[in-house]
Design a protein around this ligand. Structure first.
Ligand code: AMP
Ligand code: MG
Length: 320
């Protein structure tokens, strides 16, 4: 018999019409379901249903003070939930659907379960591009709260088997859409009342591009990079991790990049997009090795490399 904290036999269903229908049925019944997005796999639940959203926190073991991103079908659905000024609308029109999350004032009376925002007056919204998540949003007709589909503190999942590694028995279904395309979580920006934006988490979209468009739309607002107020423990492998390594110590599994060849490589040709797409799988693989520690080659701090380094720095510092 399954132990009490493992109430489900987790099923993996290949992405397609039948899988989306099953996922939709479960979500409308208040269960969380893992679904691929273009960034990482998300654990989606009906954002209007308090009990359903609680099940996300339970399945992940996520602290309830850490708010969730809500995924929407389109800008019209987003505007029912949050207040959009000119800058926010311009950003959404330019990058949605895509890997951009906007933190905006929550509208009074919006049909969002309070546990989603952890009691904040703002809400994080994203319109994803992946056809599986889009089909699910369409089928459910509800906004879906969806953090990454891994146990809290674990490495984000970019494949269905990564999800199963930590959520097996804790959720009923994983929709398997293969490897995710981008591999790192969305860029998160807060849009202030004056139209200025603040970077809360680097991601696939460069902050400079967003800031340029926001100031074009609004004129006045000052955009700035803010020290991300995120939990350090968010991206935590179970092994010690050393950054900027050009050679491995005897007890280290080295993840290379470009000219630094290792036991594995993020991208032998030094391509940052490829490196981002492979990052979490490389960390999952490194965790599974006999070597006690992980080392990672230097990755340039430019474009999506900023997001890669952000995730690596968190992983390295999480054991302090
Ligand atoms: P994830 O766990 O990958 O879904 O990450 C979601 C991130 O969005 C978390 O780190 C939150 O801190 C951030 N977030 C969600 N809602 C808000 C909000 N209202 N204000 C600021 N950050 C938020
Ligand atoms: Mg996460």
């Amino acid at each position: 018999m399954a132990p009490q904290n493992q109430p489900f036999a987790t099923r993996i269903a290949a992405y397609g019409k039948a899988a989306v229908e099953e996922a939709c049925r479960l979500i409308l019944a208040g269960e969380p379901v893992a679904v691929p997005t273009e960034t990482v796999y998300g654990l989606a639940a009906d954002a209007t249903n308090e009990e359903a959203v609680r099940r996300i926190y339970e399945a992940k073991g996520r602290p309830a003070f850490n708010p969730l991103i809500v995924h929407v079908r389109d800008l019209a659905q987003a505007e029912e939930i949050a207040s959009f000024g000119d800058a926010a609308r311009a950003l959404a029109l330019a990058w949605w659907p895509g890997p951009l999350t906007l933190v905006l004032p929550l509208k009074a009376g919006a049909a969002i379960a309070p546990v989603v925002t952890a009691g904040l007056a703002t809400i994080a919204l994203r319109c994803p591009a992946h056809p599986a998540m889009r089909a699910l949003l369409e089928a459910c007709g509800r906004p879906l709260a969806a953090p990454s589909a891994n146990a809290s503190g674990g490495i984000s999942p970019t494949r269905a088997d990564h999800v199963v590694k930590t959520l097996e028995g804790r959720i009923p279904l994983v929709v398997d859409g293969g490897e995710t395309e981008l591999g790192v979580e969305s860029t998160i920006v807060a849009v202030d009342e004056d139209g200025g934006i603040r970077l809360l988490r680097p991601g696939p979209i460069d902050f400079a591009e967003l800031a340029a468009l926001a100031s074009l739309a609004e004129g006045e607002g000052k955009s700035a990079i803010e020290a991300p107020g995120q939990l350090r423990s968010h991206y935590a492998p179970t092994k010690a991790l050393r950054l900027d390594a050009t050679a491995a110590e005897p007890d280290e599994w080295l993840i290379g990049f470009g000219a630094v060849a290792g036991d594995d490589s993020l991208s032998a040709k030094g391509d940052l997009r490829e490196a981002a797409a492979r990052l979490f799988h490389a960390l999952h693989r490194a965790e599974a090795q006999a070597k006690a520690c992980i080392a990672v080659a230097p990755v340039p701090e430019e474009g999506i490399g900023r997001a890669i380094n952000d995730r690596l720095r968190r992983a390295a510092s999480s054991r302090d």
